[in-house]
Design a protein around this ligand. Structure first.
Ligand SMILES: Nc1nc2c(ncn2[C@@H]2O[C@H](COP(=O)(O)OP(=O)(O)OP(=O)(O)O)[C@@H](O)[C@H]2O)c(=O)[nH]1
Length: 231
């Protein structure tokens, strides 16, 4: 589909382990699924058309030396849909799209993982919000509920990067401030080479304008002090 004046292509992946649907939004004409063309047992031509296999052209070769930009983003209903002033997730999602779009030749992907609330799910995250109303920070709230500070894992993102052909020696530029994400995606055995880590603005103008921006500051402070984020 067209957006921001260029082509983006939406890939939907289903994790066979837990049936979660993850998304990969690719910008430009270069990054496409490798497996989508593979014929599935018993499928008809109509099935192939419906799942986008027949209409999709393979990604064009990208000759520039610069590695593609990759944002691995975890779902945040409160920040992305209900404009919560308590986190910067919605701003970061938009900022990732802007950064990729601003490249001289847009070449990148946003992998949108369905691990809401750092992996604890929306219901538990809303309980964590209620605890935050009492003055607990995000880490304490998770722990009171019996969860680790961050319950996410990135195996699905690594598999998606392989399927998109981004495990090659050209490497990727990863948009993050999260050291754990960096380790999980670029660590040994993943096959993903991270050429550069690009900091993703945590406080964009719009988050600064948010009425209760002190809430965003305390969220970021906890990330930095307790979770080692580079902010
Ligand atoms: N448990 C919990 N999760 C939250 C809270 N606020 C935001 N989140 C979740 O935090 C996650 C943020 O993930 P990402 O956007 O991938 O970014 P990140 O891990 O902060 O790291 P960066 O790559 O540096 O942005 C999402 O899953 C949000 O739903 C909160 O108060 N409690």
């Amino acid at each position: 589909m067209g957006t921001l004046g260029l082509n983006i292509f939406l890939h939907l992946y289903r994790d066979q382990r837990d049936q979660k649907e993850h998304l990969a939004i690719t910008f430009g004409d270069f990054i496409r699924s490798r497996s989508i063309q593979t014929e599935q047992p018993g499928e008809t031509i109509k099935d192939r058309i419906l799942r986008g296999a027949d209409g999709l052209q393979a990604g064009k070769p990208f000759n520039a030396k610069v590695a593609p930009l990759v944002r691995v983003h975890s779902e945040c209903f409160t920040g992305e849909v209900t404009w919560s002033a308590r986190c910067d997730c919605g701003d970061q999602l938009q900022e990732a799209a802007r950064i990729i779009h601003r490249e001289p030749v847009p070449h990148g992907v946003i992998i949108y993982l369905r691990q809401e609330g750092r992996g604890i799910g929306l219901e538990q995250k809303l309980k964590a919000y209620n605890l935050q109303d009492l003055g607990f920070d995000t880490v304490e709230a998770n722990e009171i509920l019996g969860f680790p500070a961050d319950a996410r894992e990135y195996g699905a993102a690594v598999e998606i990067l392989h399927d998109l052909g981004l495990a090659g020696e050209n490497g990727i530029r990863l948009l993050t401030n999260n050291p754990e994400k960096l380790r999980a995606i670029g660590g040994s055995g993943t096959g993903i080479i991270i050429r550069e880590v690009v900091s993703i603005a945590s406080l964009t103008e719009s988050s600064l304008r948010k009425k209760h921006s002190s809430e965003v500051y305390s969220y970021l402070r906890t990330k930095s002090v307790k979770m080692g984020y580079i902010l």
